[in-house]
Design a protein around this ligand. Structure first.
Ligand code: URA
Length: 260
Protein backbone atom coordinates (compact mmCIF):
# COMPACT_ATOMS: atom_id res chain seq x y z
CA UNK A 1 0.00 0.00 0.00
CA UNK A 2 1.34 3.41 -0.90
CA UNK A 3 1.89 5.82 2.06
CA UNK A 4 1.04 9.46 1.74
CA UNK A 5 3.52 11.77 3.50
CA UNK A 6 2.32 13.74 6.54
CA UNK A 7 2.79 17.51 6.60
CA UNK A 8 5.56 17.15 9.21
CA UNK A 9 7.35 14.56 7.12
CA UNK A 10 7.18 16.82 4.06
CA UNK A 11 8.48 19.76 6.10
CA UNK A 12 11.36 17.65 7.41
CA UNK A 13 12.29 16.47 3.93
CA UNK A 14 12.17 19.94 2.50
CA UNK A 15 14.36 21.25 5.38
CA UNK A 16 16.94 18.55 4.89
CA UNK A 17 16.97 19.19 1.14
CA UNK A 18 17.57 22.85 1.68
CA UNK A 19 20.41 22.23 4.13
CA UNK A 20 22.13 19.59 2.05
CA UNK A 21 22.18 21.51 -1.20
CA UNK A 22 24.07 24.64 -2.08
CA UNK A 23 23.32 27.27 -4.72
CA UNK A 24 24.17 24.94 -7.57
CA UNK A 25 22.15 22.09 -6.02
CA UNK A 26 25.12 19.98 -4.83
CA UNK A 27 27.13 19.75 -1.58
CA UNK A 28 30.64 18.52 -0.87
CA UNK A 29 30.66 15.05 0.72
CA UNK A 30 32.82 16.39 3.61
CA UNK A 31 30.22 19.07 4.41
CA UNK A 32 27.45 16.48 4.54
CA UNK A 33 29.48 14.27 6.85
CA UNK A 34 30.17 17.23 9.16
CA UNK A 35 26.47 18.00 9.23
CA UNK A 36 25.62 14.39 10.04
CA UNK A 37 28.23 14.44 12.85
CA UNK A 38 26.59 17.57 14.23
CA UNK A 39 23.16 15.92 14.15
CA UNK A 40 24.59 12.77 15.81
CA UNK A 41 26.05 14.94 18.61
CA UNK A 42 22.71 16.65 19.20
CA UNK A 43 20.89 13.29 19.30
CA UNK A 44 23.48 11.88 21.69
CA UNK A 45 23.23 14.93 24.03
CA UNK A 46 19.41 14.69 23.97
CA UNK A 47 19.58 10.96 24.73
CA UNK A 48 21.83 11.49 27.76
CA UNK A 49 19.63 14.42 28.95
CA UNK A 50 16.48 12.28 28.86
CA UNK A 51 18.25 9.26 30.38
CA UNK A 52 19.34 11.41 33.32
CA UNK A 53 15.82 12.77 33.82
CA UNK A 54 14.39 9.25 33.69
CA UNK A 55 17.09 8.03 36.09
CA UNK A 56 16.18 10.83 38.46
CA UNK A 57 12.72 9.39 38.75
CA UNK A 58 10.63 11.05 36.06
CA UNK A 59 8.40 8.45 34.53
CA UNK A 60 6.86 10.92 32.10
CA UNK A 61 8.63 13.82 30.50
CA UNK A 62 6.61 16.85 29.55
CA UNK A 63 8.09 18.55 26.51
CA UNK A 64 7.65 22.28 26.15
CA UNK A 65 7.80 24.92 28.87
CA UNK A 66 4.81 25.50 31.09
CA UNK A 67 2.65 22.74 29.63
CA UNK A 68 2.58 20.69 32.81
CA UNK A 69 4.30 20.09 36.11
CA UNK A 70 7.26 17.74 36.12
CA UNK A 71 6.64 14.66 38.27
CA UNK A 72 10.20 14.91 39.53
CA UNK A 73 9.27 18.03 41.46
CA UNK A 74 6.83 15.96 43.53
CA UNK A 75 9.45 13.42 44.67
CA UNK A 76 11.80 13.76 47.59
CA UNK A 77 15.51 13.07 46.97
CA UNK A 78 15.09 9.85 49.00
CA UNK A 79 12.30 8.66 46.69
CA UNK A 80 14.35 9.61 43.63
CA UNK A 81 17.34 7.74 45.03
CA UNK A 82 15.18 4.66 45.72
CA UNK A 83 13.95 4.73 42.11
CA UNK A 84 17.50 4.98 40.84
CA UNK A 85 18.51 2.07 43.06
CA UNK A 86 15.73 -0.07 41.56
CA UNK A 87 16.93 0.76 38.06
CA UNK A 88 20.60 0.09 38.86
CA UNK A 89 19.60 -3.28 40.40
CA UNK A 90 18.65 -4.38 36.85
CA UNK A 91 21.84 -2.99 35.25
CA UNK A 92 23.51 -5.15 32.60
CA UNK A 93 25.77 -2.50 31.11
CA UNK A 94 28.96 -4.50 31.71
CA UNK A 95 29.83 -8.21 32.08
CA UNK A 96 30.07 -7.95 35.90
CA UNK A 97 26.29 -8.48 36.04
CA UNK A 98 26.88 -12.14 35.10
CA UNK A 99 28.97 -12.92 38.18
CA UNK A 100 27.43 -10.66 40.83
CA UNK A 101 25.15 -11.89 43.61
CA UNK A 102 23.84 -8.39 44.34
CA UNK A 103 24.29 -4.90 43.00
CA UNK A 104 25.82 -2.84 45.80
CA UNK A 105 24.20 0.55 45.29
CA UNK A 106 24.97 2.41 48.52
CA UNK A 107 23.57 2.96 52.00
CA UNK A 108 23.08 5.71 54.55
CA UNK A 109 21.64 9.18 54.68
CA UNK A 110 22.05 12.22 52.46
CA UNK A 111 21.03 14.58 55.26
CA UNK A 112 24.53 15.37 56.58
CA UNK A 113 25.93 15.95 53.09
CA UNK A 114 28.89 13.64 53.73
CA UNK A 115 29.57 10.95 51.11
CA UNK A 116 32.30 8.27 51.37
CA UNK A 117 33.27 6.55 48.12
CA UNK A 118 35.30 3.33 47.90
CA UNK A 119 36.47 1.26 44.96
CA UNK A 120 34.19 -1.73 44.40
CA UNK A 121 32.30 -4.32 46.44
CA UNK A 122 34.25 -7.30 47.78
CA UNK A 123 32.92 -10.75 48.62
CA UNK A 124 31.03 -9.77 51.79
CA UNK A 125 29.49 -6.74 50.10
CA UNK A 126 28.43 -8.79 47.07
CA UNK A 127 26.72 -11.34 49.33
CA UNK A 128 24.93 -8.76 51.49
CA UNK A 129 24.26 -6.10 48.84
CA UNK A 130 25.73 -3.39 51.12
CA UNK A 131 28.98 -1.44 50.87
CA UNK A 132 31.83 -1.78 53.35
CA UNK A 133 30.50 -4.58 55.54
CA UNK A 134 33.71 -6.66 55.70
CA UNK A 135 36.88 -5.97 57.73
CA UNK A 136 37.69 -2.76 55.83
CA UNK A 137 34.10 -1.69 56.43
CA UNK A 138 34.44 -2.18 60.18
CA UNK A 139 37.45 0.12 60.14
CA UNK A 140 35.54 2.67 58.06
CA UNK A 141 32.73 2.58 60.64
CA UNK A 142 35.29 3.34 63.39
CA UNK A 143 36.75 6.23 61.34
CA UNK A 144 33.26 7.71 60.90
CA UNK A 145 32.51 7.28 64.60
CA UNK A 146 35.81 8.98 65.48
CA UNK A 147 34.43 12.20 63.96
CA UNK A 148 31.24 11.77 66.02
CA UNK A 149 28.88 10.48 63.35
CA UNK A 150 27.00 7.21 63.18
CA UNK A 151 27.58 5.23 60.02
CA UNK A 152 23.88 5.71 59.17
CA UNK A 153 24.33 9.52 59.21
CA UNK A 154 26.59 9.54 56.16
CA UNK A 155 26.22 8.00 52.71
CA UNK A 156 28.59 5.20 51.66
CA UNK A 157 29.01 3.87 48.14
CA UNK A 158 31.60 2.73 45.58
CA UNK A 159 32.78 3.77 42.13
CA UNK A 160 31.80 0.31 40.82
CA UNK A 161 28.48 -1.21 41.88
CA UNK A 162 29.22 -4.89 41.18
CA UNK A 163 32.04 -7.09 42.46
CA UNK A 164 34.89 -7.78 40.04
CA UNK A 165 35.52 -11.55 40.29
CA UNK A 166 38.29 -12.48 42.68
CA UNK A 167 38.42 -8.85 43.90
CA UNK A 168 40.57 -7.87 40.91
CA UNK A 169 40.92 -4.18 40.03
CA UNK A 170 38.00 -2.90 37.97
CA UNK A 171 38.78 -2.51 34.25
CA UNK A 172 38.68 0.97 32.67
CA UNK A 173 35.68 -0.02 30.53
CA UNK A 174 33.80 -1.24 33.63
CA UNK A 175 34.49 2.10 35.32
CA UNK A 176 33.30 3.95 32.20
CA UNK A 177 30.08 1.98 31.93
CA UNK A 178 29.33 2.20 35.66
CA UNK A 179 30.22 5.88 36.08
CA UNK A 180 26.76 7.08 35.03
CA UNK A 181 25.28 5.45 38.16
CA UNK A 182 27.61 7.27 40.56
CA UNK A 183 27.12 10.53 38.65
CA UNK A 184 23.34 10.22 38.97
CA UNK A 185 23.62 9.20 42.61
CA UNK A 186 25.75 12.28 43.42
CA UNK A 187 23.38 14.50 41.45
CA UNK A 188 20.60 13.43 43.83
CA UNK A 189 22.73 13.35 47.02
CA UNK A 190 24.27 16.80 46.41
CA UNK A 191 27.02 16.24 49.01
CA UNK A 192 28.74 19.12 50.80
CA UNK A 193 32.01 17.22 50.60
CA UNK A 194 33.13 13.83 49.28
CA UNK A 195 35.69 11.54 50.91
CA UNK A 196 37.46 9.41 48.28
CA UNK A 197 38.78 6.22 49.89
CA UNK A 198 41.90 5.12 48.07
CA UNK A 199 43.65 5.99 44.86
CA UNK A 200 41.03 4.45 42.62
CA UNK A 201 38.18 6.58 44.04
CA UNK A 202 40.41 9.68 44.12
CA UNK A 203 41.17 9.21 40.43
CA UNK A 204 37.53 8.63 39.51
CA UNK A 205 36.39 11.70 41.46
CA UNK A 206 39.11 14.16 40.44
CA UNK A 207 39.89 12.93 36.93
CA UNK A 208 43.61 13.21 37.83
CA UNK A 209 46.14 10.42 37.78
CA UNK A 210 48.41 10.96 40.80
CA UNK A 211 49.98 8.99 43.60
CA UNK A 212 47.99 8.72 46.82
CA UNK A 213 50.45 11.04 48.56
CA UNK A 214 49.95 13.69 45.83
CA UNK A 215 46.14 13.41 45.95
CA UNK A 216 46.35 14.15 49.69
CA UNK A 217 48.24 17.36 49.03
CA UNK A 218 45.86 18.68 46.36
CA UNK A 219 42.61 20.64 46.54
CA UNK A 220 40.41 18.24 44.58
CA UNK A 221 36.94 18.82 43.15
CA UNK A 222 34.19 16.72 41.60
CA UNK A 223 31.88 18.95 39.52
CA UNK A 224 32.45 21.85 41.92
CA UNK A 225 32.19 19.77 45.14
CA UNK A 226 35.30 19.47 47.34
CA UNK A 227 36.87 16.00 47.45
CA UNK A 228 39.18 14.88 50.26
CA UNK A 229 41.24 11.84 49.31
CA UNK A 230 42.63 9.50 51.91
CA UNK A 231 44.02 5.99 52.17
CA UNK A 232 41.58 3.11 51.69
CA UNK A 233 40.69 1.33 54.98
CA UNK A 234 41.99 -1.94 53.45
CA UNK A 235 45.39 -0.25 52.97
CA UNK A 236 45.32 0.78 56.65
CA UNK A 237 44.63 -2.84 57.63
CA UNK A 238 47.70 -3.91 55.66
CA UNK A 239 49.80 -1.00 56.92
CA UNK A 240 48.53 0.42 60.24
CA UNK A 241 51.04 3.30 60.13
CA UNK A 242 48.75 4.93 57.49
CA UNK A 243 46.06 5.48 60.12
CA UNK A 244 47.71 8.70 61.31
CA UNK A 245 47.43 10.20 57.80
CA UNK A 246 43.78 9.07 57.61
CA UNK A 247 43.11 10.78 60.92
CA UNK A 248 44.58 14.06 59.56
CA UNK A 249 42.52 13.72 56.38
CA UNK A 250 39.22 13.21 58.20
CA UNK A 251 39.98 16.31 60.32
CA UNK A 252 40.38 18.24 57.05
CA UNK A 253 37.14 16.62 55.76
CA UNK A 254 35.25 17.85 58.85
CA UNK A 255 36.73 21.35 58.53
CA UNK A 256 35.52 21.60 54.92
CA UNK A 257 32.14 20.10 55.88
CA UNK A 258 31.63 22.65 58.69
CA UNK A 259 32.40 25.56 56.35
CA UNK A 260 30.45 24.26 53.36
N1 URA B 1 36.28 -2.06 49.53
C1 URA B 1 35.65 -1.12 48.82
O1 URA B 1 36.29 -0.31 48.15
N2 URA B 1 34.34 -1.07 48.86
C2 URA B 1 33.61 -1.89 49.60
O2 URA B 1 32.39 -1.77 49.58
C3 URA B 1 34.30 -2.86 50.36
C4 URA B 1 35.62 -2.93 50.31
Amino acid sequence: MQRTRSTNEKRLLSTSNSTTSSGNGSREGGDCLKELDGIANIVSAARSYFQTRLAMGEDSIVLGAGRGRSRMAERSPEETLALLEKRVARCKRCPLHKTRTNVVFGTGSRKTGLVFIGEAPGRDEDLQGKPFVGRAGQLLTRIIEAVKFDREDVYITNVIKCRPEGNRDPLPEEVDLCSIHLAEQLEILKPKVICALGRFAAQAMSGLNLTMASYRGENLFYRGTRVVATYHPAACLRNPSLKRAVWEDVQKLMEIWKNA
